[in-house]
Design a binder for this molecule. Structure first.
Ligand SMILES: Nc1nc2c(ncn2[C@@H]2O[C@H](COP(=O)(O)OP(=O)(O)OP(=O)(O)O)[C@@H](O)[C@H]2O)c(=O)[nH]1
Ligand SMILES: [Zn+2]
Length: 373
């Protein structure tokens, strides 16, 4: 996987990388920050006009496609503005004109393996899940080969890149640990795990000395939320849930909290901030993510299962209101013996967020709203 991680770094820096599928070589670049000149340079290097790969979620926003990822050939002129309008603009029809938008979408092409690999790389890189792609023309083969040979262009196999979101089960590395007394739980150990590709780190907080062979170990899976966990943002309930979970696990005589690097339901902080701004414009949390090209919930819980395996935990009492977390653990072979609700409090700023989670994503939050009524 070595090349994949390198490719992600280059993409995050705004550089193109070469994705190689069986019989095609495709230059790929992030659209974030892709200036007009960058697009034309990509086209020059490839010898073909760049196209835009879009996720199926974004295509649904554009009213285009048939539920699959697809490639949109880019029209000439004012490329950058169009790129943003097509890839993550809140009002693409207003930006491009309805006719302009329809013209773009009429030329939709099926995405090939390199295009799909490009989207996977963008997601793993926590960038907007859309990419500029340009097939390398035969006339440019030698120049591109030379750029790869002299190290100015990185190359990655499409097949490998497409798997970069899957995780490599069982290869999580247990890196370091320390005793850290917390306000709500004195006897705590923080154990840091690193994903095999080195890109993300997750922390298991072991509270007390839970009997791992017992009927069920109290467990909280907590997805990182910088704004809520650290700053007490009122837009969500994360900070309160985090602290309540620690106190509750302590009260139950010990257990484990997995603090997962899944900021913004897996879309990353940059995109979560974009989504917040869209929500200020009237969208709910799920629609805002979709405008950016994401699905309702981009999290995967393979790392959580691996951490539980590493800690020798097989049966849990899970603190959550989210049925997806229960299903994911069960699928990973962890027995969820019992679910325990875990709430933060409702306020004027998080009311709409929690309502959307309850009404549209099936989170079990009845109690929270009942208390308010
Ligand atoms: N994309 C996006 N993410 C958000 C928003 N508000 C909060 N989040 C993220 O949502 C996640 C919430 O994590 P959790 O509290 O562990 O999970 P949950 O799905 O609410 O489930 P439970 O709390 O276990 O019931 C965190 O990663 C937050 O950063 C939002 O408006 N948009
Ligand atoms: Zn939050």
């Amino acid at each position: 996987m070595h090349q994949v991680e390198r490719a992600i770094f280059d993409l995050r820096r705004g550089l193109p990388v070469l994705v190689v599928a069986k019989d095609t070589r495709v230059l790929v670049q992030a659209i974030e920050g892709a200036a007009e000149t960058a697009v034309s340079r990509l086209g020059e290097l490839a010898g073909t006009t760049p196209a835009l790969v879009l996720s199926r979620h974004r295509l649904a926003i554009l009213g285009a496609g048939d539920g699959a990822e697809a490639r949109l050939p880019l029209p000439e002129g004012r490329v950058q503005r169009r790129l943003e309008a097509l890839a993550f603009g809140a009002t693409p029809a207003a930006s491009l004109g309805q006719a302009g938008l329809e013209e773009c979408c009429a030329a939709l092409e099926a995405a090939g393996p390199a295009d799909l690999a490009a989207l996977a790389l963008m997601r793993r890189a926590l960038l907007i899940p859309s990419a500029l792609v340009a097939r390398v023309a035969e006339s440019r083969d030698d120049a591109v080969t030379q750029a790869v040979a002299d190290g100015t262009l990185l190359t990655v196999a499409a097949e490998q890149a497409a798997r970069c979101l899957d995780g490599a089960g069982g290869m999580l590395r247990r890196v370091s640990e320390a005793r850290i007394p917390l306000v709500d739980a004195f006897d705590c150990r923080f154990i840091l795990f690193r994903e095999p590709d080195g890109l993300r780190e997750h922390v298991a907080v072991v509270i007390g000395d839970p009997a791992l062979e017992a009927a069920a170990v109290p467990l909280r899976l907590h997805s990182a939320c910088l704004t809520g966990d650290l700053f007490g943002s009122l837009r969500c309930d994360c900070g309160e849930q985090l602290r309540n979970a620690v106190a509750e696990i302590e009260a139950l005589g010990g257990g484990v909290l997995l603090y997962l690097a899944q900021e913004g339901r897996g879309i990353g902080l940059a995109n979560k901030l974009r989504a917040y701004t869209l929500q200020d414009g009237g969208l709910d949390t799920l629609d805002a993510d979709q405008i950016l090209g994401f699905g309702e919930d981009e999290r995967r819980y393979g790392v959580a299962v691996d951490m539980l395996d590493a800690l020798g935990i097989r049966r849990v009492q899970l603190m959550t209101n989210n049925p997806l977390k229960m299903a994911a653990l069960a699928q990973g072979g962890i027995e969820v013996v019992e679910r325990q609700a875990l709430y933060g409090s409702l306020n004027d700023h998080n009311h709409r967020y929690l309502s959307a989670k309850a009404e549209r994503a099936g989170h079990l939050l009845d109690e929270v709203f009942r208390a308010r009524r």
